[in-house]
Design a protein around this ligand. Structure first.
Ligand code: ADE
Ligand code: ZN
Length: 326
């Protein structure tokens, strides 16, 4: 029998705001802007081939978010939805460079997101904090400019600086100065690394970028020295099993590197990455991991690591005991 109560609360550390855009919200935005992209409209679910096709479709859907009010809608709709599950704390990745493409400045973006976040916390008890996330394939200068902007702009909701995007473009070291600025500006840091590329990128993220957490890092498996180092430094790793499987980066849940990472003592947290695109929830993630043989002890450990790795421990602690809305 499971030792984990079904209502155990989750903290989720790795979710992209763009990846939360539900098919229904995407359709309503497409209608508002007169977009008739068959890529977006043909299915009730988003479909994609490998990683490059995913990034392409993801971009198409992301481009539907055009005004500050759209950002507020996407954020509010996601938090209101996820608050009905067992998730009580979320760190949401937002990329102001995408917003600026649509003419929304960083200040306007924050002015749109903050009331949505506060409203969902007041109404549904869910706490949300933001990780401003550079887009790797936009290059180091863009990341550095973003780090400067974030550090210069006060916001109690922004707790971290991260980087997503195509890992095959630009090595982590190229972003040394962006991450250094963010760190010196008081932000915690995380970086997508070792998702598509090998362990060398993970080492660079640790040694050069000096990140507090690692995003994905599934390619650490096979490098025992690196696994030992991640474990001994107690770095929380944001693992996203369904995303890895659906993007074809891992053959199945049964052979997911998470099992070897846990066996090596790595502090694994479990996350959905892009829940709408990957058609997953935190509950689904753990159901799939259990079906693949994850023990209840490791389930409990992964859930605990979500709380342990939170960049705003006080907000996480306050949210942990709140019950979902009736
Ligand atoms: N942006 C959204 N999802 C991503 C992923 N899995 N890897 C890199 N960048 C992303
Ligand atoms: Zn991600």
């Amino acid at each position: 029998m499971s030792s984990i109560p079904p209502t155990r609360p989750f903290a989720e550390l790795h979710v992209h705001l763009r990846g939360t855009i539900s098919h229904a919200v995407a359709m309503s935005l497409a209608q508002r802007y007169g977009v008739t992209s068959s890529d977006i409209a043909t299915n009730k679910e988003f479909t994609f081939g490998g990683f490059d096709d995913f990034l392409h479709k993801y971009h198409l859907v992301g481009e539907l978010v055009r005004g500050a009010q759209d950002y507020a809608l996407v954020c509010h709709s996601y938090l209101a939805r996820v608050a009905r599950s067992n998730t009580r704390y979320v760190e949401l990745m937002v990329s102001p460079d995408h917003a600026l493409d649509a003419g929304v400045t960083y200040a306007e973006l924050l002015r749109a997101l903050e009331p949505a976040i506060r409203d969902c916390e007041a109404k549904y008890g869910i706490a949300c904090r933001l990780i401003v996330t550079a887009v790797r394939h936009r290059g180091p200068e863009a990341a550095e400019a973003l780090a400067r902007l974030v550090v210069a702009t006060a916001s109690t909701l922004v707790v971290g600086f991260g980087m997503c995007g195509n890992e095959r473009v630009n090595t982590p070291s190229a972003f040394r100065s962006a991450f250094s600025l963010a760190r010196q500006g008081g932000l915690k840091t995380t970086c997508h690394v070792g998702e598509l590329c090998d362990a060398a990128h993970i080492r660079e993220a640790l040694d050069v970028l000096q990140v507090d957490r690692l995003g994905h890092a599934i390619r650490s498996v096979g490098d025992d020295g690196l696994l030992r180092e991640i474990a001994s430094r107690k770095i929380v790793v944001e693992v996203c099993p369904t995303s890895n499987v659906r993007l074809g980066l891992v053959a199945s849940f049964n052979v997911h590197p998470v099992f070897q990472m846990l066996a090596a003592g790595v502090k694994v947290s479990v996350n959905t990455d892009d829940p709408a695109f990957m058609a997953t929830t935190m509950e689904d993630e753990f159901a799939n991991l259990r079906a693949a043989g994850m023990t209840e002890e490791f389930v409990a450990e992964c859930v605990g690591n979500g709380w342990l790795g939170a960049f705003d421990p006080a907000a996480a602690k306050a949210a942990q005991s709140r019950l979902p809305p009736p």
